[in-house]
Design a binder for this molecule. Structure first.
Ligand code: PLP
Length: 425
């Protein structure tokens, strides 16, 4: 007699309380944050934490400059500004990403132009980039989605041939490598998010801008601090109260910076544990009929910010859509005690803002007089749509969750897929 699924009243495979949350907080992290409060001057700590984090993260990625920010979106907006991108200029990016990648472009009155994704890596389909280049194009913005490096050789080759700059969206790829080189060290500039869910985190909100170029660094620094060049905590020495250009308030927070510096010491170890967990899942889940595990190109070493799986009704001889099967399987796995789910619900260009193009109001930046007319047609991104319909995420592959939990995950998948007929009928 087959085991009864939890969704039909059986015993859940993953016991309650077994899944541990991220970020994993240690005594060292607590002490690092407490040290900010142990001195007399928080202002002095602002300078120390900000300067040290800049040095440490630049050193980790192998870049000359780093500026800590208050979000990944801010870091990406600084990338756009650093490159001298102007109103009406176009930036090419993938249709599947968190929409902040495109917001960073719009924040500078520039125009996002979307390209569909590669159906195997879910990163930008580099074969389609050149058809989207116009005389307005200034940069390509590949996103290392789910921690999977984009095909950077192809991106850099296209950029080189067309005189374009490259902005890496490294929000999800702290420590991922492409041909042995760290993501964030491959393009002209890169923006990392360090928001709570990320594989390296400030604990709540934050981001990191990096580059090797002195001028880009200077322009980004101006944008970060209201249009002036000031290191947080050095206001008395450095602030003139004279904005040299348009600036925002993108400064990072001292407590988050202390926390992330402590977390950074364990980044490689945490990545290795997450990769081990995910390799274990791939080894076992790939044997289950109807389940597809992530494809990893030989030149890529992803850190698996997200572990992505899909379901294949045709492999199971089922005459239903992959969306319907995915929903049924997700529900059953959730009942088994797993944390699984969806992330994006539509390709970015299909979202309301690109359909209505109201922007800042009166249609800006699309109608401000600088941009050429562009249209965002939902049907132009079939791979992104198919990905969203058929895939879901296995959460909590982060340490301290270990192979004991991964074994339960595999058992839950086996149980659900063995009983898939009962889910459908
Ligand atoms: C791919 C991608 N880009 C940009 C961002 C924006 O980062 P933040 O939320 O820190 O502004 C995120 C964050 O979730 C992201 O996943």
């Amino acid at each position: 007699m087959p085991e009864q699924l939890a969704i039909h009243g059986g015993k859940p495979t993953v016991p309650e309380g077994m899944i541990k949350p991220w970020p994993h907080i240690t005594e060292a992290d607590r002490q690092a944050v407490m040290e900010v409060l142990s001195g007399e001057s928080i202002n002095e700590q602002r300078r120390i934490q900000s300067e040290k984090l800049s040095q440490e993260w630049a050193g980790y990625v192998g870049r000359k400059y780093c500026i800590p920010t208050n979000s990944g979106t801010a870091a990406l907006h600084m990338c756009v500004a650093a490159l001298g991108i102007e109103p009406g200029d176009e930036v090419i990016l993938p249709a599947f990403t968190f929409w902040a990648s495109a917001a960073a472009v719009l924040h500078h009155n520039a125009i996002p132009i979307f390209v569909d994704i590669d159906p195997r890596t879910f990163c930008i389909d580099t074969a389609q980039i050149e058809s989207k280049i116009s005389d307005r194009t200034k940069a390509i913005l590949p996103v290392h989605i789910h921690g999977m490096p984009a095909d950077m050789d192809a991106v850099l080759d296209i950029a080189g041939r067309h005189g374009l700059k490259v902005i890496e969206d490294t929000a999800q790829a702290h420590g991922s490598r492409y041909k042995g080189r760290l993501c964030g060290g491959l393009g002209d500039v890169a923006g990392f998010s360090t928001q709570m869910s990320k594989t390296l985190t400030t604990g709540s909100e934050g981001g990191l801008f990096v580059t090797d170029d002195e001028n880009y660094h200077k322009r980004a620094a101006l944008l970060q601090y209201f249009g002036e060049l000031v290191v947080p905590g050095r206001e008395r020495e450095e602030q003139e109260y004279n904005a040299y250009g348009l600036g925002w308030m993108y400064r990072g927070d001292v407590f988050g910076q202390a926390f992330i510096r402590s977390q950074l010491k364990r980044l490689n170890a945490n990545n290795a544990l997450r990769i081990r967990n995910c390799n274990f899942l791939t080894k076992h889940l790939s044997k289950i009929k109807g389940v597809e595990t992530p494809y990893v190109p030989p030149e890529c070493e992803p850190v698996y910010y997200n572990y992505v799986v899909s379901v294949k009704p045709d492999e199971l001889g089922l005459d239903i859509s992959s969306k319907t099967l995915r929903e049924k399987v997700q529900e059953a796995l959730t009942a088994e005690g797993m944390h699984v789910g969806q992330w994006q619900r539509a390709p970015v260009p299909a979202q309301e803002i690109f359909q209505n193009r109201i922007g800042y109001g009166k249609g800006c930046p699309w109608t401000c007089g600088y941009a050429r007319p562009v249209e965002y047609r939902k049907e132009d991104y079939p791979n992104a749509t198919a990905f969203i319909d058929s895939h879901f995420y296995v959460f909590d592959v982060n340490p301290p969750n270990d192979l004991d939990l991964m074994k339960r995950y595999v058992e839950a998948f086996e149980k659900v897929m063995d009983n898939v007929d009962r889910l459908i009928s």
